[in-house]
Ligand binder design. Structure first.
Ligand code: SF4
Length: 186
């Protein structure tokens, strides 16, 4: 396990705990080898942010690296408007708001707050459908906040050699790491 949890790992872990092993192992190689078309499109949705093309307004943080000491999480935010306190995470196409999406913006929120920023609103934005989804702040959604903390605990306690792990065939069918995983059952 790395000494910190990448924010991008939260969604992978929920999908399948074993996938975080491959996420880590392949984190430093040519990423396109391990990204499906959907993921590449999602990645391109972030490119204007990473390249800082979205806005030059000083009160807007873009593609900004953040670290949260409390949860030992490292990652990047898409867009944060310092003046309004609005945090936006853009996705290329949203089918549903998965818990992993919410946990990613929670992690970003806690990191920004540790850095002294005031986060008042969270939004996940679907570029394809030009639709915004407001997300309740962690302090306003106790059950989601508890789930978030449990996922962090589960990642910290995860043991790749746990013999009780049971793969899910439907997940294995969609898994981009299936060709590497000795547990895959599809
Ligand atoms: S192939 Fe199946 S068991 Fe292996 S990481 Fe993917 S979903 Fe998990």
């Amino acid at each position: 396990m790395e000494s910190y949890i990448p924010i991008s790992m939260l969604n992978d872990f929920i999908f399948c705990p074993r996938s975080i092993y491959f996420h880590l192992v392949h984190g430093n190689v040519g990423q396109d080898m391990y990204h499906t078309e959907v993921q590449i499109k999602g990645k391109s949705a972030h490119e204007s942010i990473d390249n800082k093309h979205y806005s030059t307004r000083k009160e807007i943080l873009m593609g900004f690296e953040v670290y949260c000491e409390k949860y030992n999480i490292l990652g990047k935010i898409d867009i944060f408007d310092i003046k309004s306190g609005k945090l936006i995470e853009r996705k290329n196409k949203i089918v549903k708001i998965y818990d992993g999406y919410v946990f990613q913006v929670y992690a970003q929120t806690f990191a920004l707050r540790e850095m002294g920023y005031v986060v008042k609103q969270i939004e996940i934005y679907d570029k394809t459908h030009n639709k915004s989804y407001p997300i309740a702040l962690p302090e306003d959604d106790e059950s989601m906040f508890k789930k978030f903390e449990k996922v962090i605990d589960d990642i910290n306690l995860f043991d790749l050699n746990n013999s009780e792990f049971k793969p899910n065939v439907e997940k294995c069918k969609q898994c981009i790491y299936s060709h590497l995983c000795d547990y895959e059952i599809c």
